[in-house]
Each structure stands twice: as structure tokens, then as C-alpha cells.
Write a protein that binds this ligand. Structure first.
Ligand SMILES: *Cc1c(COP(=O)(O)O)cnc(C)c1O
Length: 521
């Protein structure tokens, strides 16, 4: 592009029809949920600063033709990666023995942490002359789903530790009791996404160190905001970073509270030897030698350049100032929720995530169901995120909740948002969501009349793609919803069904929806 010696010129023999393409894209974009302005309290992390968007866009354009596959050919990539990692390491208090990689996102960081730990376990056992066992990951039920994905992809066992339903936090003793010879990795979160609660990092990391087992802190969502929380007036944060002995790796998504376009996370690893297990190298094929630290081969340098530019522009001072807005908005929103009769904040989250459940200490007529509340909030033009309840292995039950991700822009709309949340609660008060058991019973009766619930579920499990799609359409029809490709107007019945179905069945049905969404058309 701009740096090439010969400018690209249009030719007569290659038809290039640009007319209308960007207009069509603009039209498509108008149907998207708004990414700016604070109306969507999940997915997007809006600093509310237009100049950061401009800077990121310019940085992406500047590196557009590069291939991130090879930092020895495109040396700017190595420089930007080093500087971004150095900033993250400083903020997370890593010493010189902390190294790492820039990845495409939180899921990739988590998957690589797991893969690294699995390979380290194998090496540990081989060196000791013992046969590597089938590797296990110890993690709270609230650990991000990315670790389930990692376990599935790496063929490892998951050992899920129940959390206290009142706080969303696992007991350190329960976590520690699961540590053994076959444990490749213990995962704790700072904070965990569902409840915004920070796990007992210090105790678990100490036990991991004593047993020689790596401990990963998933700070995907917290890693670019908690370091600034105290200085921004949010109060002290329990230690979770490399100052804690025994913490061997940390994931921190720059594309969340780093306020950069999607496509960048960092995975920092304590110890070069541990980090090297993350790599994949092939030298015995007839093509170019492949050495990858991450999952992709060829890749865009755009997200890295944008992340590098924005983090350089903000620095510690900029992040602290933006975090101050998060602190203010979070405190205001907590007050709003605390004042709404029939709702309660779950636990005492540290940081900018708020999880809200029905207040079961008041009578049913006064309670506000969090999913009905989310649907009413959506009808008023604001989007908060419904999360299903969960039965844990110890017999306890995590209530179904609604999640609010507070970002700096929330501070500028907090009065409007507070009023909307209160109005939505008034509309939802006393209205029960469709009970999971009833939704399921109705569905089974309508789709497999005469069959027992067990028989009907067995049918679902064996359903091919077309049958699964027919079931989904039946479900969406029953939920009173709209055309393919748009979310149902009301999510409460859908979430109830997700909660009631066995996970492999609900997973299969959701796969069908997402797969049909992108069939060639
Ligand atoms: C968002 C998140 C992830 C996954 O990150 P993606 O960037 O969405 O892949 C992992 N862990 C936690 C705690 C998160 O909040």
C-alpha cells in the first residue's frame, strides 16, 4: 500500500466493480446493535473517546497488507508485540522471567494456557520416568466456557468445583483438595465473568506452587481494569497478578477493558521454559518451516497494531482515568439495583461487572425475575445479558441472573439507564418467567406427542440436522418469536428451555441455529 514502491493502478483486463458495495455494508451495519453510546451492556467496551477509534482505524490501515505469520520478514510486528507485552507485564507486575504472546482473543489465550500446561505435565512425567496420566484441569464452575472448549480440543478432563451460590466464589480448600499428580492446570479467575467475583487466587496459587502444578489466572475481563481500580477510587483489589507466588500464567484481553478493536488478548507466562510448551514447530515437511506461538498461521497484523497504538496513547494515566468512570458508573448502578424492590446484586463484586438475581427474601409478588427484567429493558431499547441458572455437582443451585458490563461510556448515560432499569423492573415485578420444567414439558408434548420425556429427549439426541432445525423452529414458534437471523424478542422462554434441557441437547439445538444463520445465500 502506501509504502510500496510501485503504486497499484487499475487495469483494463480485471473487472473491479466497487459501486454500491460500501453502501450495502453501511445498510447492513444499520441493523447491528449499537456499538457506541452505552446501550449494550455486554460484548462492547466503549471508552466514549472518538479519537481512540480514529487512531485504531489508522493503525489497522497502516499495517493492512502485512502477514502476522512472520515477524522476521515484517519486523514491525515483533516490535509492536514486544511493546504491548511489556506494557501488560508492567501493569500485571511481572518480573523479567515473565514472557508471553499476543493472541487473537480471550478464548485463544485460555486455550493456549491449557495446551501449554498439558504439554508441561507430559514433560514433567516423562522426565520423572512415569507414564503421563490423562490430564485434568481443576476449575470453578464459573470459569469461562473457553476452558471447556480447551479441554474438549486438548482431550483433557474437567474437574469443576462448585461455587458458593451466595457469592459466586469457590472455597480455596475445595479447589486445593482436587490438586493431584494428574492435574495439568488449576484455573482461577479475576474476576469470573458470570458474577464478577474474584476467586481465592493467593491460597490456590500457594497450593499449586507447593504441588508443582501451574496456576492460571484468567484475567481476560479484569486484566486491563483491575490494575487501575484502586488508584481510580474503586477500593482495594485482592492480589491476583504476578505478585502472587505460584501464579504461572495470566490471560488479559486487550479487546475488553483495553478499549481496542476485537482481535487482541495477551497471554503472559512465568518462566521461559513453561512458555515454550505453547509453541508448535514443524520442520519436516517440504514447505517453509512453521513456528507458531498461537493457533493461526497467516494472520492480520491489524488488531495488534490497533492495540499497540491505543495502549501507547492511553498509558497508565489514561487507563486510570477511564477506570475512574467505570468505578463511578458501577457504584451508581449498584445503588440503582439496590433500590429496586425485588432484585439483588449477587455477592459483592470487585470491578465493573454486576450480576443481578431475584431477591427471594421478599414475597413472590414483589420479586423481579431477572430475565423478564432483561426482556423489559430490551423493549425500552437497552440490552443487558441473561444468564441461565446452573445445578452444581454438590446439589446447590446457582440462580438465573442478568449480567451488566459497565464501561466508561456508561458513566455518561447512567441516569437514563437507571431510570430504564427501574421502569423495566416495575413492568416485570411479580411476573414469573416461564418455568423451565413447564417449557420443557410443553415442548416435548408438542414435538413428540405420546412419548415419555426420556423417549422424546432420546429422539432429540439422535436428531439429524433437518430434524434439529424443525425442533428449533417449533421452539422459537412456541416462544412467540420472529424470523430466522434475529434474536427472539423475549429471551426468558429460550433461557428457560436452555436451563431445562440436558446440556448436550440444548447445545446441539443452539448449534443448529448458529449454523443455519450462515448457510450460503
Ligand atoms: C471474555 C472472557 C473470556 C473469553 O474471551 P473472548 O475474547 O470472548 O474469546 C475468557 N475469560 C473471561 C473471564 C472472559 O470474561
Amino acid at each position: 500500500m502506501t509504502h510500496d514502491a510501485t503504486p497499484l493502478t487499475p487495469t483494463d483486463d480485471v473487472p473491479v466493480r466497487t459501486a454500491g458495495i460500501l453502501d450495502r455494508l453501511a445498510e447492513l451495519r444499520r441493523a447491528d446493535a449499537p456499538t457506541h453510546g452505552g446501550r449494550v451492556l455486554s460484548y462492547v467496551y466503549d471508552p466514549g473517546l472518538a479519537e481512540l477509534d480514529e487512531l485504531a482505524a489508522a493503525a489497522i490501515r497502516a499495517v493492512q497488507p502485512l502477514n502476522g505469520l512472520d515477524p522476521t520478514t515484517f519486523t514491525s510486528i515483533a516490535v509492536m508485540e514486544r511493546e504491548l507485552l511489556a506494557f501488560a507485564r508492567t501493569v500485571l507486575h511481572g518480573d523479567d522471567d515473565v514472557v508471553g504472546s499476543v493472541t487473537a482473543g480471550g478464548t485463544e489465550s485460555c486455550m493456549l494456557a491449557v495446551k501449554t500446561a498439558r504439554d508441561a505435565l507430559r514433560t514433567r512425567h516423562r522426565r520423572a520416568g512415569t507414564t503421563p496420566p490423562r490430564p485434568r484441569i481443576v476449575l470453578p464452575t464459573t470459569a469461562h466456557a473457553a476452558f471447556r472448549k480447551a479441554a474438549a480440543f486438548c482431550d483433557m478432563d474437567l474437574d469443576l468445583v462448585p461455587v458458593d451460590p451466595a457469592t459466586g466464589v469457590p472455597s480455596a480448600a475445595d479447589m486445593i483438595a482436587r490438586i493431584g499428580d494428574d492435574v495439568a492446570l488449576v484455573v482461577v479467575s479475576a474476576p469470573a465473568y458470570p458474577h464478577g467475583a474474584i476467586d481465592p487466587v493467593v491460597e490456590v496459587a500457594a497450593a499449586g506452587a507447593a504441588a508443582g502444578v501451574p496456576v492460571h489466572v484468567d484475567a481476560c475481563v479484569g486484566g486491563w481494569v483491575l490494575p487501575f481500580w484502586d488508584a481510580a477510587g474503586g477500593g482495594e483489589v485482592p492480589p491476583f497478578d504476578f505478585r502472587v507466588p505460584g501464579v504461572t500464567s495470566i490471560s488479559a484481553d486487550v479487546h475488553k477493558y483495553g478499549y481496542v478493536p476485537k482481535g487482541t488478548s495477551v497471554l503472559l507466562v512465568r518462566g521461559r521454559d513453561l512458555h515454550r510448551h505453547q509453541f508448535f514447530a514443524v520442520t519436516d515437511w517440504p514447505g517453509y518451516p512453521v513456528v507458531n506461538a498461537t493457533l493461526a498461521g497467516s494472520r492480520s497484523a491489524g488488531p495488534l497494531a490497533a492495540a499497540w497504538a491505543v495502549t501507547q496513547a492511553l498509558g497508565v494515566d489514561g487507563y486510570t482515568a477511564l477506570t475512574r468512570r467505570c468505578v463511578e458508573a458501577t457504584a451508581r448502578l449498584r445503588e440503582v439495583v439496590d433500590q429496586i424492590d425485588g432484585l439483588r446484586v449477587v455477592g459483592s463484586p470487585t470491578g465493573p461487572l454486576i450480576c443481578v438475581a431475584a431477591d427471594e427474601s421478599v414475597s413472590a409478588e414483589r420479586q423481579v425475575d431477572p430475565h423478564v427484567w432483561a426482556d423489559e429493558t430490551k423493549a425500552l431499547g437497552w440490552i443487558i445479558q441473561a444468564q441461565p441458572g446452573l445445578a452444581q455437582s454438590d446439589g446447590t443451585h446457582l440462580p438465573h441472573t442478568t449480567h451488566l458490563t459497565v464501561t466508561p461510556v456508561t458513566a455518561s448515560v447512567v441516569d437514563d439507564l437507571g431510570a430504564v432499569l427501574a421502569t423495566a423492573a416495575d413492568r416485570a415485578r411479580g411476573v414469573a418467567r416461564p418455568a423451565p420444567h413447564d417449557v420443557l414439558a410443553q415442548l416435548l408434548a408438542s414435538l413428540a406427542p405420546g412419548a415419555t420425556p426420556e423417549q422424546a429427549l432420546a429422539l432429540f439426541e439422535q436428531a439429524g440436522s433437518d430434524d434439529a432445525w424443525a425442533i428449533v423452529q417449533g421452539v422459537l414458534g412456541a416462544a412467540g418469536t420472529q424470523p430466522a437471523g434475529t434474536l427472539p424478542a423475549r429471551m426468558a422462554p429460550v433461557l428457560s428451555l436452555v436451563e431445562a434441557l440436558p446440556p448436550h441437547v440444548s447445545g446441539r439445538l443452539l448449534v443448529e441455529i448458529i449454523a443455519r444463520l450462515t448457510e450460503p445465500s
